[in-house]
Design a protein around this ligand. Structure first.
Ligand SMILES: Cc1cc2nc3c(=O)[nH]c(=O)nc-3n(C[C@H](O)[C@H](O)[C@H](O)COP(=O)(O)O)c2cc1C
Length: 415
């Protein structure tokens, strides 16, 4: 069995979604995992420890400063016993306490005392999730290697709609199974995050990706370092979310994700023409391509010969594909990408307003592990007058899943 001999310490914290945790434990045990359960004081207000004792087959651990508990399996024993610590659901409070390194109850102390991977599956009201404090705490935790099973979008117990629902129990269990098992020790090489396949069911999504090439003569061109990886990852995530996806790709060497209709182009003018001809029939337009702002005014028919010491090229403005789509009469929900090397917030928010976009993903390029050609990316997403979520550095695939979930949520609110 996939989780045979794997010791999983499941920690339950005080959120409504605590009632879903017994289902997670039941499924984990079906795959052969051994389970010990720790509950915070608040968690015990939501679900009785007896429920967890029944599904795990072990007495539930609740106290840190208890003689009898310490004489049995105390906090250090539990921390050593665990191959992995899985906090499900993880409240905003617990995430904040972990980020600060607090150790004043059993769970927080175990989190500091364990050398094993710690996985958090947060669940909370969407405003709590999007709060800069929660996002900053997550950033801190992820920078320390804590693994996030990101919450999903949808209707919430509090009556709101947005991101914050606990990842479905079967997906949590799938994620654990997918982590490489090596001699009973879980090594967190990767956690596959999958998008809910009904999030964008029947929605038509158009994306642009990669660079454009602006020809100078038959052998030379002006271009940029865009690899197309982010746009292709988003196309894949949108397809996984059930969307009908068309991808207009500049010159890149990437495989077309399954189920995606790809149209290859070279120049900004070609990309503009195709995008404008399709965008009117689409529901969502995601402009990820790094489109050249300028092209040479006249492409020479023959190779330009080396003559003097200087050569002057006259460049003229290319049309702004995103702005043109966003000003269409029946415009799709428009998402832009802003690659900046400084003042990310101000520039990204400026573009959001100037181009009349529904959302903008600000991307700091020129820094390590972010932006062009990198396999990872960290972005800040802005919408409306104050909407903002920061996503810390993660693989472009994982980020694409998060972004599509967020886009689906904002698009869903509009329609
Ligand atoms: C009815 C109710 C539901 C709550 N649901 C959540 C929730 O889903 N997520 C969350 O982060 N906090 C939620 N809270 C707040 C937490 O219970 C509170 O922050 C508590 O201090 C968490 O403690 P713990 O992290 O030690 O378990 C809820 C509170 C109440 C009263």
């Amino acid at each position: 069995m996939a989780l045979n001999n794997v010791n999983i310490l499941v920690a339950v914290t005080g959120g409504i979604a605590a009632y879903k945790c017994p289902e997670v434990i039941r499924r984990l045990t079906e795959y052969g995992a051994s389970i010990q359960v720790v509950m915070t004081e608040s968690a015990r207000e939501f679900v009785k420890p007896l429920v967890f004792q029944a599904v795990s087959g072990n007495a539930v651990h609740v106290d840190l400063l208890d003689d009898q508990a310490e004489a049995g399996m105390g906090h250090i024993e539990l921390a050593r016993w665990a191959d992995v610590v899985l906090i499900v659901p993880a409240t905003a409070n617990t995430l904040a306490r972990m980020a600060c390194g607090v150790a004043d109850d059993l769970l927080s102390t175990i989190c500091l005392a364990t050398r094993s991977p710690v996985i958090v599956a947060p669940a909370m009201n969407s405003v709590m999730w999007e709060h800069p404090a929660t996002q900053a705490n997550l950033k801190t935790l992820q920078s320390r290697g804590i693994i996030l099973l990101a919450p999903e979008a949808g209707s919430q117990a509090c009556g709101e709609t947005g991101i914050g629902r606990l990842m479905e129990p079967e997906k949590i269990v799938e994620s654990l199974k997918q982590m490489a098992c090596d001699g009973g020790q879980l090594t967190m090489k990767h956690v596959a995050q999958s998008t809910d396949s009904s999030l964008l069911k029947g929605v038509k999504v158009l994306l642009t990706a990669g660079p454009t090439r602006e020809a100078i003569d038959p052998v030379r061109f002006i271009s940029n370092h865009s690899s197309g990886k982010m746009g292709f990852a988003l196309a894949r995530a949108a397809t996984d979310a059930g969307a009908e996806v068309t991808l207009i790709a500049g010159p890149v060497k990437l495989e077309t994700p399954g189920g995606v209709k790809r149209i290859d182009v070279s120049s900004a003018l070609q990309m503009h023409e195709i995008a404008l001809s399709i965008a009117g029939e689409c529901d969502i337009f995601i402009s990820v391509a790094a489109v050249a702002d300028y092209r040479v005014d006249e492409i020479k028919a023959q190779k330009i010969k080396k003559t003097g010491d200087d050569m002057t090229l006259t460049l003229i403005r290319n049309p702004d594909i995103l702005a043109d789509v966003a000003s269409m009469e029946t415009k799709p929900f428009c998402v832009g990408f802003a690659a900046e090397t400084e003042n990310l917030d101000a520039y990204a928010r400026g573009k959001l307003q100037k181009k009349n976009l529904d959302m903008i993903v600000g991307n700091l390029v020129g820094v390590q592990s972010s932006g062009f050609n990198s396999d990872t990316n960290a972005v800040d997403v802005f919408w409306g007058s104050s909407g903002h979520v920061a996503y810390s550095s993660r693989s472009k695939e994982s980020l694409a899943t998060d972004l599509i979930t967020l886009i689906a949520s904002r698009y869903g609110e509009r329609h």
